[in-house]
Write a protein that binds this ligand. Structure first.
Ligand code: PGA
Ligand code: ZN
Length: 345
């Protein structure tokens, strides 16, 4: 191709053109993504800049870690319907304090879970959280909240969920199976309204199935002040996000670079979200490697929030350690997103 590594967009476009299929099936999305990210890294290295700064000289926001401490759904071996029960240390002063708070809470949560549910419950799930044999959503939230209360950090903590409701939806009967009970779309929306009234839940990902744009409009309206995140709904895809923005479905996009396949396309999706006052939540995958790249990417985006699992096991801690390093490097220029995680300043 004879191009310079700083020509990220042109190189990504060339790969997409060479592939020529709508979903990168000829060259393979993983191969294209690997090359795309290697280009960005090589460019940053050749300029002797950290990746986040190469991508954005204004990069300065350290994200709130969305810590998935209790795992359910497809990420676990239990029958808890929702995938992720998340605590967010929004009241911390810095990223490093946020991480410390979380590590302390996790250290309380694990023995507490073992005591209540037996030793098997603290084998870790796919994203490093505990996997208690719970069915009831409130029971899982109470377990997490009990650990938070015992830590003394309760005023600094709020909660979030990833429901991955597509996996709980039955197209034939058009119902969701929450806690073993069948619910219509309206029933599901009411279920979330009740939960939000009872717990300080500030963010809900995929509360409804991935093709129900109208339902996402309804639930976004029904829960003012709550972040509604589209993961399976948008799949980091600009066209799907544009459709959501047009009608007001969700108010935030989950951002997974390997869902879309090139850095350029992922950046375009994030830009579209920010321009339309949607939040951007940078995310790992449940199957992860030790590659810490998303830590640089969330700071480059000034995104304000990152989902990368519990603070255990190297494929998770690699990201947190990199964020600690970035915070130190930025020094007084660093801003922790805190309560402004959806619209960082
Ligand atoms: P994944 O999803 O298993 O597709 O990586 C994790 C998530 O739903 O956020
Ligand atoms: Zn998800």
């Amino acid at each position: 191709l004879d191009r310079d590594v700083t020509e990220q967009r042109a190189l990504d476009q060339a790969m997409v053109a060479l592939d020529g299929t709508p979903n990168k099936s000829r060259l393979g999305a993983n191969a294209i993504l690997g090359a795309s990210l290697a280009v960005a890294r090589a460019a940053a290295a050749s300029l002797e800049l950290p990746l986040y700064r190469y991508l954005n000289s204004e990069a300065h926001v350290l994200p709130v870690p969305m810590m998935n401490l209790v795992n359910g759904g497809k990420l676990s071996s239990n029958d808890l319907c929702f995938q992720e029960f998340i605590m967010m240390p929004v009241g911390a002063e810095s990223f490093s304090e946020a991480l410390q708070i979380t590590a302390e809470i996790n250290a309380i949560l694990r023995p507490m879970t073992a005591e209540r549910y037996g030793k098997l419950a603290i084998n870790v799930g796919d994203e490093g959280g505990v996997v208690p044999p719970i069915v009831d959503v409130r029971e899982a939230l109470n377990l997490l909240r009990d650990a938070v209360r015992q830590s003394g950090y309760e005023p600094k903590i709020v909660y979030a969920l990833d429901c991955a409701a597509t996996h709980l939806y039955d197209h034939r009967t058009e119902t969701y199976q929450f806690e073993g009970k069948r619910l219509s779309r309206d029933g599901a929306i009411q279920f979330f309204k009740d939960l939000v009234a009872e717990y300080p839940i500030v963010s809900i990902e995929d509360p409804l199935q991935e093709d129900d744009y109208e339902g996402f409009v309804e639930i976004t309206r029904a829960l003012p002040g709550v972040q509604i995140v589209g993961d399976d709904l948008f799949v980091t895809n600009k066209a799907r996000l544009a459709r959501g923005i047009e009608i007001g479905a969700a108010n935030s996009v989950l951002w997974k670079v390997n869902q879309i396949g090139t850095l350029t396309e992922a950046m375009e999706t994030a830009t579209m979200a920010f321009r339309n006052a949607y939040g951007v939540c940078v995310s790992e995958r449940s199957g992860e490697t030790e590659d810490p790249m998303i830590a640089d990417l969330v700071v480059a985006l000034n995104g304000g929030q990152i989902k990368t699992g519990a603070p255990v096991r190297s494929e998770r801690t690699a990201k947190y350690n990199r964020l600690l390093q970035i915070e130190e490097e930025l020094g007084s220029a660093a801003t922790y997103a805190g309560r402004a995680f959806r619209r960082p300043v």
